[in-house]
Design a protein around this ligand. Structure first.
Ligand SMILES: C[C@](O)(CO)[C@H](O)COP(=O)(O)OP(=O)(O)OC[C@H]1O[C@@H](n2ccc(N)nc2=O)[C@H](O)[C@@H]1O
Ligand SMILES: Nc1ncnc2c1ncn2[C@@H]1O[C@H](COP(=O)(O)OP(=O)(O)OP(=O)(O)O)[C@@H](O)[C@H]1O
Length: 279
């Protein structure tokens, strides 16, 4: 038996940092969506647990026990086997939860392979704060340190552009650079009639990690400016702890035109277009 699992990019459309726990972890309030841009996993029955990583973004990704796929498998079924292949397409340490989404996709695949129920959000939090939200990809409001997954209103159709300048930004350094930790949460989520309506509402919200990430990686300024300058861009903002930034467009076709333009003007950057993804 072979199982396939898709690991979509996670995008924080908003990311409000609202406090800090005694253990140092920050309290968040974030509107999270996923894109139909991501890594692909293939899982096959085997006596032992193994992982092979290939694909255009495999360079530098650990293949040993440090890989979140193997950590997830060990947490879920100590001693159980599976042969896992990871086709790595998302940049790492990029604010789009690549490793977390791989871990969650591995758990979905292993649950199918081993005939078991998926673990709950609290049980997988130790793998990473972004793993719970990646377990069942779709638009949600994420709170707590990442373990509170709340429903979000239905989203309108829109196009998404993801752009990464090739600079890895370590998440702990960005949180450390926060000047203020008790910022306002999001208001009640209103519901949006169109992509323009959603972008207008998002413009009044924030990613509180953007200023410290820009200090860490000043190229983020150029990425945001380049996205904002593409025809049809309704909003440009950073995701997670950066450096990946996203653009919102009326539809996928507009996002694809922007991606083509950026690949021409900035061939050294990673630019991919897509649309929201739900499992
Ligand atoms: C910034 C986000 O991407 C937003 O979705 C996530 O909160 C980060 O998720 P992640 O990379 O899976 O995070 P983890 O691997 O658990 O933590 C990396 C580091 O980020 C910081 N961290 C992370 C999550 C959180 N709520 N508060 C934090 O302060 C901690 O310094 C931690 O050591
Ligand atoms: N499957 C994996 N894919 C990518 N990186 C991995 C994986 N497993 C472990 N790692 C390690 O995790 C680090 C962070 O990578 P990841 O892509 O998860 O970060 P991120 O995009 O910043 O995530 P987040 O948005 O959750 O902060 C990498 O530098 C890498 O060494």
């Amino acid at each position: 038996m072979t199982v396939e699992a898709f690991a979509p990019a996670k995008i924080n459309l908003t990311l409000h940092v609202t406090g800090q726990r005694a253990d140092g972890y920050h309290l968040l309030d974030s509107l999270v969506v996923f894109a139909d841009i991501g890594d692909r996993l293939t899982l096959a029955q085997a006596d032992d647990l193994s992982l092979a990583v290939n694909g255009p973004r495999a360079a530098g990704v650990p293949v040993d026990g440090r890989n979140l796929v193997l950590k997830a498998a060990a947490l879920f079924g100590a001693g159980q086997g599976a042969a896992i292949r990871l086709d790595k397409r998302l940049p790492a340490a990029a604010g789009i939860g690549g490793g977390s989404s791989d871990a969650a996709a591995a758990l979905r695949g292993l649950a199918a392979l081993w005939g078991r129920d998926l673990p709950g959000p609290e049980a997988v939090l130790s793998l990473g704060a972004d793993v719970p939200v990646c377990l069942a990809p779709g638009p949600v409001r994420m709170r707590g340190v990442g373990e509170e997954i709340l429903p979000a209103p239905a989203l309108p159709e829109f196009g998404l552009l993801l752009v990464n300048p090739g600079v890895e930004v370590p998440t702990p350094a960005v949180f450390k650079g926060l000047v203020r930790k008790n910022n306002a949460p999001m208001p009640e989520l209103p519901g949006w009639a169109s992509a323009a309506d959603l972008a207008d509402w998002l413009a009044g919200q924030r990613n509180d990690l953007e200023p410290p990430a820009r200090a860490e990686a000043p190229v983020i300024d150029a990425v945001l400016a380049a996205i904002a300058a593409t025809p049809g861009c309704l909003l440009a903002r950073m995701s997670g702890s950066g450096a990946t930034c996203f653009g919102i467009y009326a539809d996928r076709a507009a996002a694809e035109r922007a991606a083509a333009l950026l690949r021409e003007t900035r061939p050294d950057w990673w630019a991919e277009a897509g649309a929201p993804y739900s499992l």
